[in-house]
Design a protein around this ligand. Structure first.
Ligand code: IPE
Ligand code: IPE
Ligand code: MG
Length: 241
């Protein structure tokens, strides 16, 4: 889809994946606790979803908590989980107003029961909305996701409901947590780190990567447009000539 933004015709990526990084450093710079950065970071996800939806983006997939992030201090982890509780509860109003669909990817078995309940409620009330689909990666790790998918495939092969010859790239993609959406066109990582941190390893095979030094809580509509402009400057080839 093409859209005119500030007099410029831009191709809008259908799916943007985001590694929202730098909340801690953003807070530190202001002499505030890390969890204050997480709170501002969570608020910013709402804002960027509205901006992305208005620009015509269909899917946004944000990395909010990794399988490795449990190794942070108990104080930080419980702070993040509490922000998540507040966030998911308040997101219902938001999702209705903005017509957003909200889903979660990652291993939900390690999340608290009340958080899982909020996730189910949010999905249930938003599944027929027509706007942007926000997927929140929680207790997400790409290797864990692929391992879980392969385990299910192996179990179905063992009980005979799936033949080994049926296993191909399309089938494996459909068994991943992201099976309901196309692969990302653009990946954005904030705060200057140039690594994937175990995010969407399979799905990012042909995605354009955009890195910015801006910390996530400061990433705004203008920064999003910069990323989309960068995406437009790339010559996408998908392995062809
Ligand atoms: C990203 O911000 C959010 C989470 C990983 C939960 P960080 O907390 O990683 O912020 P920095 O990288 O320490 O600045
Ligand atoms: C990646 O950020 C995970 C999330 C954004 C949730 P981290 O800040 O945890 O990644 P590393 O540890 O710097 O690679
Ligand atoms: Mg970080």
């Amino acid at each position: 889809m093409e859209k005119e933004i500030n007099g410029e015709l831009l191709q809008i990526p259908e799916h943007i994946a985001v590694i929202l990084d730098g909340n801690g450093r953003w807070a530190k710079k202001r002499g505030m606790p890390r969890n204050y950065g997480h709170l501002q970071g969570a608020k910013n996800v709402e804002k960027i979803c509205i901006d992305a939806g208005e620009l015509g983006v269909k899917y946004m997939t944000v990395y909010a908590f990794s399988t490795e992030n449990w190794k942070r201090s108990t104080e930080e982890v419980s702070g993040i989980m509490n922000i998540l509780r507040q966030y998911l509860a308040s997101f219902k109003t938001h999702a209705r107003r903005e017509q957003l669909t909200v889903r979660v990817i990652g291993d939900r078995s390690r999340l608290a029961d009340d958080i899982n309940q909020l996730i189910d409620e949010l999905w249930d009330m938003s599944k027929d909305h027509q706007g942007l689909t926000l997927s929140i990666a929680l207790n997400y790790g790409s290797r864990d996701e692929i391992t879980r998918a392969v385990r299910r495939i192996a179990a179905e092969a063992q009980d005979g409901s799936l033949q080994p010859e049926q296993v191909n790239e399309t089938l494996l993609s459909s068994y991943l947590d992201t099976g309901y959406m196309p692969d990302p066109d653009l990946l954005i990582r904030t705060s200057g780190e140039l690594r994937l941190s175990n995010y969407l390893l399979w799905q990012l095979a042909y995605t354009e990567f955009y890195f910015t030094d801006v910390f996530w809580p400061d990433f705004n509509r203008d920064e999003l447009i910069k990323a989309i402009r960068y995406y437009n400057e790339r010559d996408r080839r998908y392995g062809g000539v």
